[in-house]
Design a protein around this ligand. Structure first.
Ligand SMILES: Cc1cc2nc3c(=O)[nH]c(=O)nc-3n(C[C@H](O)[C@H](O)[C@H](O)COP(=O)(O)O)c2cc1C
Length: 511
């Protein structure tokens, strides 16, 4: 497989800076085993289940790293008491839910649904946190809310910590809580999501986060999205919807949901509070439509909505109530149209990201194309071979007959692009290393720099990298342009003692 790298890979010991969130043990393990970083969504699991399931993932991944995610919203009730919450649910809401049960003839669930197995409370959150902190999981992710004490204890135990945020306003608070990374999660994302689109959000968060690395979440579905994430200054991506259709995840999916996800396009998801009380993106079904209807009450706050609908949600899946069966999913659902193994999804993401990144950078190994390049005469002595186009036309060949020490000889010595037949380029955000063979290594930074005798000005002008070097009576302008992903043209304009020459050097990318 091609190689996709960011500094996070070295820092965390992973092959690719691709994080995968899932509520399923085997999917999480498969993401880590495929070279990414699997993260287990444990927020609806009892503390003893968290302990067991993290141990199960560890067994599957060996010493490769993986993480766990808990949603810890502030303001939850102190104790795990269903009765206390039920007592506060308005009758109109109970009547609406009863109406749905009757309309769709939903039999009673034989056991509580995922959202009513226990009621979100401070008490249960503390016990879940304890299970996470006492485990050997490598990373602790805070889905909503990042309690500073928990973050500090996780870090003291050697765990990496991160927080998912959906607004630039949350950066400062999360950094103050001590997290090591941020996940900037935009509006496109599946499940709980905020109002700001991924593209609008990410650069703001990257700028505000300073040295804290940022991952992009929300709408990432292809290698092109990954390339865009890196271009926005992020160090990786975090995907949720992508894995729902993995083979590994099917044990966790109702087959009706698998079919609905395969059929869904980006416009087939909606944001509703009817699931949990917080804004939650899911595929549009009879469930979301029922809550959008004119007679529907406004959903309650978390955890009241959980209690109001939790048992019914469980019954809908248990008794196969087709029109109401639904799944959280992001707008990226449009890109996933078949069930395939996690490793295949990862391979496609990485390969496409590499191809995209390579097609947009000059980085790589290049070999001169003698057929299409101008033959550059030996400027230190006298012209040989076919002179450059302009030399051929208008310039007196004898003008090239210059002695060592002249301006042209000086330029020939310092600008190896004229002679090199191999070139290795390493392109960074604000500089570039150019290694000419035969020749010398040049380090070019954007802006103005003094390099020995030369005053060098470098930067991008539309699609061209322009490097202008001036010294005494000499000026050399190099324009590097990627004509196609595999074809690089370098135009060199020389002004030596008032004499003007132009050469074109053409390079082909080496695989
Ligand atoms: C079905 C589903 C359930 C999710 N549950 C949680 C969760 O419990 N905690 C959490 O932090 N994020 C959760 N997420 C959000 C993911 O962590 C991730 O941020 C999001 O899926 C990224 O956007 P994408 O769906 O466009 O890939 C969930 C996402 C999906 C699709």
């Amino acid at each position: 497989m091609a190689s996709l790298w960011s500094p996070l890979c070295d820092r965390l010991g992973i092959n690719y800076p691709i994080f995968g969130f899932a509520h399923d043990v085997s999917t999480v393990a498969a993401i880590t085993n495929a070279g990414g970083f699997g993260v287990y969504g444990a927020t609806r699991r009892f503390p003893h289940e968290i302990t067991e399931e993290l141990a199960a993932i560890r067994k599957l991944v060996g010493n490769k790293p993986f993480g766990v995610d808990l949603v810890l919203p502030p303001g939850m009730p102190e104790h795990n008491s269903r009765e206390a919450i039920e007592a506060e649910i308005p009758d109109a809401h109970k009547a609406f839910v009863q109406g749905l049960i009757e309309k769709f003839a939903v039999p009673q669930a034989t056991e509580p649904g995922m959202r009513t197995r226990f009621i979100r409370s401070k008490e249960i959150e503390d016990a879940q946190l304890r299970a996470v902190l006492d485990s050997d999981v490598d990373m602790f992710a805070c889905g909503i809310g990042a309690p500073p004490d928990a973050v500090a204890e996780a870090k003291a135990g050697g765990k990496t910590t991160l927080a998912l945020i959906g607004s630039p306003h949350h950066v400062e608070r999360s950094i103050r809580a001590g997290v090591d990374f941020l996940v900037a999660q935009g509006y496109d994302a599946g499940a709980h999501t905020g109002p700001i689109g991924t593209y609008s959000l990410v650069p703001q968060i990257v700028d505000a986060a300073g040295d804290i690395p940022v991952l992009v979440a929300g709408g990432v579905a292809t290698g092109r999205h990954i390339a865009a994430a890196l271009a926005m200054g992020a160090q990786g991506v975090w995907l949720g919807t992508a894995w729902l259709l993995s083979s590994e995840h099917q044990g966790h999916m109702h087959p009706v949901n698998t079919r609905k996800l395969i059929e869904a396009g980006s416009a087939d998801t909606v944001i509703t509070r009817s699931e949990s009380g917080k804004t939650f993106r899911q595929i549009r079904t009879g469930w979301s439509q029922a809550w959008e209807a004119e007679d529907a009450p406004a959903p309650l706050k978390m955890p009241y909505q959980d209690v109001l609908v939790g048992d019914l949600l469980g019954a809908i899946e248990e008794h196969d109530i087709e029109p109401l069966i639904h799944s959280g999913a992001g707008q990226s659902v449009a890109y996933f149209n078949e069930v395939k193994p996690v490793a295949a999804i990862m391979r496609e993401l990485v390969n496409e990201a590499c191809t995209t990144l390579q097609s947009q950078t000059l980085s790589g190994q290049w070999l001169v194309d003698f057929g299409d390049s101008d033959l550059v005469p030996d400027l230190r002595n006298r012209p040989q071979g076919r002179p450059s186009r302009r030399v051929q036309g208008s310039v007196n060949r004898e003008a090239l007959r210059v002695a060592d020490g002249s301006a042209l000889a000086f330029i020939a010595h310092d600008f190896q692009v004229l002679r090199a037949d191999k070139l290795t380029i390493e392109q960074n955000r604000d500089s570039m290393g150019l290694d000419y063979q035969p020749g010398v290594y040049r380090d070019v930074s954007w802006g103005e720099r003094q390099r020995g005798l030369w005053e060098v000005h470098a930067g991008w002008e539309e699609q061209q990298l322009v490097i202008i070097s001036k010294a005494r009576n000499m000026r050399v302008e190099e324009r590097l342009q990627l004509v196609s992903p595999d074809l690089l043209e370098v135009r060199v304009n020389i002004d030596a003692d008032g004499e003007q020459l132009e050469f074109l050097r053409v390079f082909n990318r080496q695989p």
